[in-house]
Design a protein around this ligand. Structure first.
Ligand SMILES: Nc1ncnc2c1ncn2[C@@H]1O[C@H](COP(=O)(O)OP(=O)(O)O)[C@@H](O)[C@H]1O
Ligand SMILES: [Mg+2]
Length: 219
């Protein structure tokens, strides 16, 4: 049986850093269910639809959003534009058999309401966090600032996943200053599909690595 600790939150240092692609990578590798609690912007069906298409997942592996807003702007404002308040109580983690991958909206300091930041919600969930960061220029500042914010709040960070072209120095520098491991690196995939994601998951030995990380936490 899967222990309740096999649940991960995927956060990003920014929007567009690859949270959805990395979440799909984890969903496939861990045979997990995907949940995007707060979706801003529904063009193309939102991130749930993108993950479904990318992995060709059956419906039970994708949970419905708690809030899905039409405009691609920060959730606090998207809720106001749609005149549908985001009620934080409704962000309670859903019951789910097996592993769960939760993709957050935007970066850590994105407001979910005018009183609540994304990082405050992470504190309420208390789940282990994987931080997705760009691999290249600009990542040192964004990533180290994000890690500092997570650390200030004593949030459990499993490590980083770097997305983008391999950089010969950033992984080491991030590990040194960030004090956490780079768990994986995902290069630009062309084509981006189940098979290429699977290949990189296997090549980097990620099944045993995540099993150890997640099971280690429940001991
Ligand atoms: N490793 C990758 N290979 C190919 N395309 C990628 C990769 N990572 C991200 N992308 C593309 O970059 C864009 C942003 O990625 P996405 O996962 O949606 O970011 P986020 O969820 O952080 O906003 C998307 O069009 C996505 O398909
Ligand atoms: Mg996304």
């Amino acid at each position: 049986m899967t222990s309740p600790s096999r649940r991960i939150v995927v956060c990003g240092t920014d929007t567009d850093v690859g949270k959805t692609v990395v979440s799909a990578w984890l969903v496939q590798g861990l045979e997990a269910t995907y949940w995007k609690p707060v979706q801003s912007g529904l063009d193309g069906g939102g991130d749930r639809e993108r993950v479904r298409n990318l992995l060709d997942l059956p419906p039970h592996r994708l949970l419905p959003e708690a809030f899905a807003f039409s405009q691609p702007v920060s959730p606090h404002w998207a809720a106001e534009l749609d005149q549908r308040p985001l009620v934080p109580k409704q962000l309670k983690l859903p019951a789910c058999d097996g592993a769960l991958v939760v993709e957050t909206a935007g970066g850590l300091m994105v407001p979910l309401t005018r009183q609540l930041l994304q990082i405050d919600q992470l504190q309420r969930w208390g789940l282990p966090i994987v931080l997705v960061a760009r691999s290249g220029l600009g990542t040192l500042n964004h990533t180290l600032l994000s890690l500092e914010a997570l650390r200030t709040r004593n949030l459990p960070v499993l490590g980083l996943i770097l997305n983008g072209p391999h950089h010969s120095d950033n992984p080491t520098t991030l590990e040194t200053f960030g004090g956490i491991p780079v768990l994986a690196q995902l290069p630009p995939l062309n084509p981006l599909n189940r098979a290429t994601l699977q290949q990189h998951w296997q090549d980097q030995g990620l099944s045993p690595k995540f099993q150890e990380l997640l099971d280690g936490r429940s001991r």
